[in-house]
Write a protein that binds this ligand. Structure first.
Ligand code: ACO
Length: 445
């Protein structure tokens, strides 16, 4: 490090120079480099100039799981994980969950500003008239086995939409991008509901354009013989809040998958299919499913201490706890906990909430969780609401995907218009064998 610093009066023993650079001394060569710091970040490529000799490839940074690497400049979602703050386009999640609707939030994420009444009406109209899917989509969903996981069906069917809209690969055309944006947000609930009905062996229900987004989804899920399905407004509102809370979460695993695949300039349906695939995993969107399975396994409050001992011994994981970014209470978990009580008023109390609440109480007093800053995340309580809505656990990540589609597409739009982005292509540290001669099969021992 350079010692050429001029103190500026700090009393904590740290000398400030006012320079926005990092001095790096390579002790292999004794050379010192000045690396620019912008937005609290250094560019990994600036390290490539650091070489032992001319033949050296140059220094790389190693960051498995990208725990300290910013891969994008983004103006969509702000998170302060230590303070437990989440904002979409600068608006606090608490205000949006209380006062907005998912459709308006989707507009905000995609366009960057809240809509005027006219803009909102147009946006809502466009989404409403794009909720139908091609009849062939029904046919191939029918082709899945009766016990196929609905998330697998969603993954396959959203990717397949690219074959119905081959012009979606015109990603440089703004009007085209807008159309695919509308289609994705509009059709995701239809695909999700068809997947659910298929798994139940029930006929698929077409969208009802008289209903709002969450009410229409409930219609496609639950309509039976009635001529017109009338969603309970309290359940529709709870669902809308869940969609809002899941709408975006900056560069999480599934969004990074959308961006990574999208960076190849493939169509947005294929990119979003990658997001669905990532969300399927139990450490991501599958966590709410895992929480429910865990709570069922624990069964009664009496079994909680044993389970917690298993967690602390490393034999179990407390699903729905911990987060890569939040080292405080996930603000979404608080909102969901409150929404859960509203749903229970309509649908009846889910007894698992008492086990969940007790586990939270114990965990927040236990040094294992406190010292690791493990708090409930969004999925600790969301599954309880979904279950109260009558959904099987396999549908939980599907619900998550509906909300997250707004964020995926907003992030994809930002990606394809970002001049700094290229095809995503990480480096590796090669640890395998080198330069071995091929051994014919009959000579191998
Ligand atoms: N239960 C028990 N211990 C945990 C948990 C947990 N849920 N989460 C983290 N820890 C422990 C780890 O074992 C580790 O302990 P150690 O330092 O003694 O080795 C420490 O806390 C740090 O955890 P990491 O695994 O390094 O944290 P990371 O940021 O990699 O993982 C993750 C974050 C994947 C969310 C993790 O907390 C987890 O597995 N949680 C349960 C699954 C879950 O709820 N996922 C949903 C996330 S929210 C979402 O996707 C919408």
């Amino acid at each position: 490090m350079s010692t050429d610093t001029q103190a500026t009066g700090r009393t904590d023993g740290v000398a400030e120079t006012g320079a926005n650079t990092l001095s790096v001394t390579d002790n292999r060569t004794g050379r010192t480099y000045e690396i620019d710091i912008t937005d609290g970040t250094v560019r990994a490529m600036d390290f490539r100039q650091i070489k032992v000799d001319d033949d050296d490839f140059g220094l790389m940074t190693y960051d498995p799981a990208f725990t300290n690497t910013a891969a994008a400049r983004s103006a969509i979602t702000y998170i302060d994980g230590d303070a437990g703050i989440l904002e979409y386009r600068g608006y606090p999640i608490e205000q949006l969950a209380e006062q907005s609707t998912f459709i308006e939030v989707a507009y905000l994420l995609v366009h960057g500003e809240l809509p005027s009444q006219k803009q909102l009406d147009e946006w809502m109209h466009e989404i409403t008239i794009h909720t139908f899917v091609h009849e062939n989509v029904k046919d191939f969903i029918k082709g899945f086995r009766h016990d196929a996981h609905p998330m697998g069906m969603l993954l396959g069917s959203v990717g397949a939409l690219s074959t119905f809209y081959p012009d979606a690969n015109q990603i440089r055309d703004a009007d085209n991008r807008h159309l695919q944006t509308i289609r994705l947000i509009a059709k995701m609930p239809t695909l999700a509901a068809f997947a659910y009905r298929h798994s139940q062996g029930m006929p698929y229900v077409y969208p009802d354009n008289d209903l709002r987004y969450p009410g229409n989804f409930l219609n496609m899920m639950y309509k039976m013989t009635e001529l017109k399905y009338e969603p309970d407004p309290r359940l529709a509102r709870a669902l809308d809040i869940l969609f809002i809370l899941h709408a975006d979460h900056e560069q999480n695993a599934s969004t990074s998958a959308v961006r990574g695949v999208g960076s190849t300039q493939v169509d947005p349906y294929s990119a979003v299919a990658a997001g669905v695939a990532a969300l399927y995993g139990p450490l991501h969107g599958g966590a709410n499913e895992a929480v429910l399975r865990m709570l069922r396994r624990i069964e009664t409050k009496d079994n909680i201490p044993d389970f917690m001992t298993g967690v602390k011994n490393g034999d179990e994981r407390l699903m729905g706890f911990g987060h890569r970014v939040y080292k405080n209470y996930d603000p979404r978990a608080k909102i969901i906990k409150a929404a859960a009580e509203d749903v229970f008023e309509v649908a009846g109390r889910n007894p698992l909430i008492d086990i969940a609440t007790e586990m939270e109480r114990i965990a927040l007093e236990d040094d294992y969780f406190v010292s690791r800053k493990l708090y409930p995340n969004v999925d600790f309580y969301s599954g309880l609401i979904y279950e109260a809505l009558g959904l099987p656990v396999s549908m939980f990540p599907v619900l998550f995907a509906i909300g997250r589609t707004a964020g995926w597409i907003a992030q994809w739009l930002e990606l394809v218009q970002d001049k700094e982005q290229k095809i995503a292509r990480p480096r590796q540290i090669y640890t395998g064998e080198r330069r071995r001669d091929y051994v014919p099969l009959d000579q191998r021992s």
